[in-house]
Ligand binder design. Structure first.
Ligand SMILES: [Zn+2]
Length: 348
């Protein structure tokens, strides 16, 4: 192979090492891919077992065929210098996090959660109101939507920017959203796709078609996109079970779904179970009807059985047709017997 020298878009000049076979275009694509690999949208559809590892190996096989054509201006940093630079950056991030943790304010954190719940409930009512057809619950849903919006506005007024409220560890909501997006992909999306790829193709394709959310679309409290909370869905992957004998365990038993629910999710379903401010004539069928196809495919794939009124005439006709078929069968059997009898008589 002849010597190959190329210049990357950032001005760094690369040369292909002796024995290398990859093209400059392939090398630059691999370089770009490696840099953006930490971006969740890159790995979003790599659901197959070991896919990420295979992709990394493929990139390394290309990259190891190349080296800098000349050292960068100022030369290379030694391993010690690189380590020191990395450690200094980490120490600075840690110091900033601890400073924020020291400013943690429990009351503000609670107000923020109440705000998110009120917003999720307002969203739930909007979704319920968007169901076409008969709407016995409309006045109540409108009342609850307005009340939740008023509550959210008042809480926001009191709180200021909810995205500036740190948690006990000193993390801002945006940091947690980024983490949750990765966890959603690695611990929910990919295992489900693996499981459904062979057993449930319809659900598999629906989930596969889900576009990657932006980090800002995620809930900062659980691994679900925040929008799922307006349908009553949470995804608290590390929630575990409440401690045995705790009040939480008792409450969890009394209110199914309470313990698993993300604190930013609408509490409407719990209220509904207890008949508190419930929407009249609103049940599983109505809730199912308001779900977007993706959420239905993931969480509620069964279709609620349609309540078909029984038509007495159709039932009678069906029975009549069955009786006629039976009579016809009997007639044919009788004819065959008669034929056989006559045959017997004809024989000498
Ligand atoms: Zn959540």
């Amino acid at each position: 192979m002849p010597e190959l020298i190329i210049t990357a878009p950032n001005g760094v000049v690369w040369k292909r090492l002796p024995g290398g076979t990859t093209s400059g275009t392939d090398f630059l694509a691999a370089l770009e891919m490696l840099v953006s690999l930490s971006d969740v949208s890159r790995q979003w559809n790599w659901w197959q077992e070991g896919r990420e590892r295979r992709e990394r190996e493929r990139l390394h096989r290309i990259l190891e065929q190349w080296d800098h054509a000349a050292p960068p201006p100022g030369g290379y940093l030694s391993k010690e210098e690189l380590d020191a630079e990395f450690a200094a950056k980490r120490a600075q991030r840690e110091e900033e996090r601890q400073r924020r943790a020291a400013s943690y304010d429990e009351e503000r954190a609670m107000i923020r959660l109440s705000l998110l719940r009120a917003e999720a409930t307002a969203g739930f009512m909007c979704n319920a109101l968007a169901i076409p057809g008969s709407r016995a619950w409309q006045p109540k849903a409108e009342e609850l939507r307005r009340a939740s919006e008023r509550e959210a506005a008042a809480l926001k007024e009191k709180l200021g920017d909810p995205n500036a409220v740190v948690d006990q560890a000193g993390d801002l909501p945006q940091t947690r959203r980024e983490r949750h997006l990765y966890e959603h992909m690695a611990f929910f999306r990919h295992p489900l796709l693996q499981e459904w790829s062979s057993s449930q193709r319809k659900r598999f394709h629906k989930l596969l078609a889900m576009p990657p959310p932006r980090p800002s679309d995620m809930c900062a409290e659980c691994q679900a996109p925040a929008d799922w909370h307006t349908y009553g869905f949470s995804l608290s992957l590390w929630q575990g079970k409440p401690a045995s004998g705790s009040t939480a365990e008792v409450l969890g038993r009394l209110m199914p779904g309470w313990w698993e629910r993300c604190l930013a999710c609408t509490p409407y379903q719990l209220h509904h179970q207890w008949g508190h401010n419930a929407l009249p004539d609103f049940g599983y069928e109505q809730w199912h009807a308001m779900l977007p196809p993706l959420l239905r495919a993931i969480f509620a794939p069964g279709t609620p059985a349609p309540r078909k009124p029984v038509d007495p005439r159709a039932a009678l006709e069906k029975r009549l047709r069955a009786t006629e078929a039976k009579a016809e069968q009997l007639r044919r059997q009788l004819a065959e017997i008669e034929l056989a009898d006559r045959g017997d008589q004809a024989d000498p």
